[in-house]
Design a protein around this ligand. Structure first.
Ligand SMILES: Nc1ncnc2c1ncn2[C@@H]1O[C@H](COP(=O)(O)OP(=O)(O)O)[C@@H](O)[C@H]1O
Ligand SMILES: [Mg+2]
Length: 341
């Protein structure tokens, strides 16, 4: 049964007990294992964790953009506040329903790492933005063209009228990433999901795009879920951060709490893996030890096989309960659980 507790007013999105598995030839893989998160109106939630943590699966599920072999557990709840004020339980929408199509793109938009694959090579950039606008907003073709040019301009593309007539291959990687943001924003979404949108870009362009997203958020008042494997990047854009590992949330808090007082050994390891916060482009130097296969998830805390502070007989028995460190800061770790419970 989905959790029917009503979404709080501050939240645009509330995800409760989200569990997602995949049917594969090797068996059932649990990719997301009962996580909670929420996004406040006009704010940015950062989700951070190494590759394979379940960041993409958990957020693409909001738009129901998962492959056919995926299963969203019945106990999961994804409540979304529509522009109309109506609260929708996204897990209950039929895959091809009109409501889902309206929300997808029109209210929740997605940008991701490879803009080349998100554009068709045979239509101009302008054409593709106009199509997107026409699909989701009630405007004429001429108005849609004006919106498209305006958006290209706002995302920092010079000569927007000329760019409007160019094809994706004629733009540089940074320009295409900006154009993808323009497509997403021209639909005027209330939630933008940015899934590692800057990972393949060089450092200077990454910094520009992050700044641009901050500016546009202030101007347009949308909420953002920003996904990355790099805590240094997320520190620049997020109000709150969730740290994910092997389908579980291990720590959450305000950005300042996570960056300045990280309490989970995994969060601490992620932070140590960033040589300098101001060097945006660097890949994480690996945390030692291999990420276990999702087919043989460790019992207990998923991180215990790599944790420097592992307590045998405790961490490998069950998942620690949440410990509230402040009103906003929560950690899931036995080092913090009350000893005398
Ligand atoms: N189509 C799929 N079939 C089977 N397993 C999948 C599929 N997509 C994702 N997974 C599983 O879900 C896990 C989480 O994936 P993902 O959300 O893409 O991680 P992240 O975005 O954090 O790198 C992967 O490690 C993989 O085991
Ligand atoms: Mg991903």
């Amino acid at each position: 049964m989905a959790n029917t507790k009503e979404i709080t007013k501050d939240n645009l999105l509330e995800v409760r007990n989200l569990k997602i598995s995949f049917k594969t030839d090797e068996g059932i893989i649990t990719a997301v294992d009962g996580i909670d998160f929420s996004v406040k109106h006009g704010q940015t939630l950062g989700i951070v964790g190494e590759s394979g943590s379940g960041k993409s699966v958990s957020t693409w599920s909001i738009m129901r953009l998962l492959p056919k072999n995926s299963i969203i557990d019945k106990g999961s709840s994804i409540q979304f506040h529509r522009k109309s004020g109506k609260v929708v339980e996204m897990t209950k929408l039929k895959a091809n329903s009109r409501e889902l199509r309206k929300i997808r793109g029109g209210e929740v938009a997605l940008i991701f790492q490879e803009p080349m694959s998100s554009f068709s090579p045979v239509y101009t950039i302008g054409n593709q933005i106009v199509e997107a606008v026409l699909q989701h907003r009630d405007v004429s073709k001429e108005e849609a063209e004006e919106i498209a040019v305006d958006m290209l301009d706002r995302v920092g593309i010079s000569n927007p009228r000329q760019r409007f007539r160019q094809y994706p291959f004629e733009l540089s990687g940074g320009m295409r990433q900006r154009a993808m943001i323009a497509v997403a924003l021209s639909m005027n979404p209330s939630l933008l999901i940015a899934d590692e949108p800057t990972t393949s870009l060089d450092v200077t362009i990454q910094a520009q795009i992050l700044e641009l997203m901050n500016e546009l958020q202030e101007e347009l008042g949308m909420s953002i879920i920003f996904i990355t494997h790099n805590l240094g990047v997320i520190a620049q854009v997020a109000d709150e951060i969730e740290v994910m590992y092997l389908g579980k949330i291990l720590e959450r808090g305000k950005t300042k709490e996570i960056i300045q007082q990280p309490q989970h050994p995994y969060t601490q390891a992620l932070l140590e893996a960033i040589p300098r916060l101001d060097r945006l482009g660097e890949r994480l130097t690996a945390i030692s030890g291999d990420i276990p296969s999702p087919l043989s998830r460790p019992v207990g805390c998923p991180f215990y096989t790599r944790c420097e502070k592992v307590m045998p007989g405790i961490c490998d028995i069950e998942m620690p309960k949440p410990t509230q460190l402040s009103e906003t800061h929560t950690v899931y770790c036995f080092l913090h659980e009350e000893k005398d419970v």
